[in-house]
Ligand binder design. Structure first.
Ligand code: URA
Length: 200
């Protein structure tokens, strides 16, 4: 299922970004993940490798995840946009609209218990998708929202973007505390699976 979506992404020309990219970055991880992390768009290193969150922001994200006993292979990591915008500029609304169906398909295939939005573009897109009001990242970060999806209660949490944290180290403490909340959610019985429970 995820492979089919990936195949569609690799043939996508729904917006102009395919012309500028080196590689599509569909996302990677556990197809049965209980937690899905959604970033904004691939950066330079992600574009080069075709993998999400493998540059400096990704290294920091991976380090924080591992500190909480979570491996990248346990979760699914993707972005709102699957192609890198030139010079890492902000995604355009029409690019988000064009690419969003892939993200929706990925979420529908995985049916996670927890969705973690990394940064404001991701949070805005996901919150809109789930009908949650989005007054801004600093207002919603660290708060746990619950929506009904896939016949169960799904938690949606936004945190600052790890790249923003690297750029503004004063956000580190907040980011890591918010992350601890995410891990708390993951540890709860209802969102545990065999993969995760090995680590808690
Ligand atoms: N920033 C993102 O939003 N996504 C990535 O994959 C890398 C950096």
């Amino acid at each position: 299922m995820l492979e089919e979506i990936e195949e569609k992404i690799r043939n996508c020309r729904r917006c102009e970004l395919w012309k500028f990219k080196t590689n599509y970055v569909p996302g990677e991880g556990n197809p049965n993940a209980k937690i899905v992390f959604v970033g904004e768009a691939p950066g330079r290193e992600e574009d080069r490798q075709g993998r999400p969150f493998v540059g400096n922001a990704g290294k920091y994200l991976t380090e924080v995840m591992e500190r909480f006993g979570l491996r990248r292979e346990d979760v699914f990591i993707t972005n709102v946009l699957k192609c890198r915008p030139p010079n890492n500029r902000d995604p355009k609304p029409e690019e988000i609209e064009a690419c969003k169906p892939f993200l929706i398909e990925q979420l529908n295939a995985i049916k996670p218990d927890v969705i973690v939005c990394l940064g404001r573009h991701s949070a805005k897109t996901i919150f809109e998708l789930f009908g949650i009001d989005f007054p801004g990242i600093s207002k919603v970060r660290g708060k746990i929202f619950e929506v009904e999806r896939w016949g169960k209660k799904v938690k949606v949490v936004a945190v600052y973007h790890p790249a923003a944290v690297l750029y503004r180290p004063q956000l580190k403490d907040t980011f890591e505390k918010d992350f601890a909340k995410v891990m708390d959610l993951a540890k709860r019985k209802e969102v545990r699976d065999t993969t995760l429970s090995d680590f808690f």
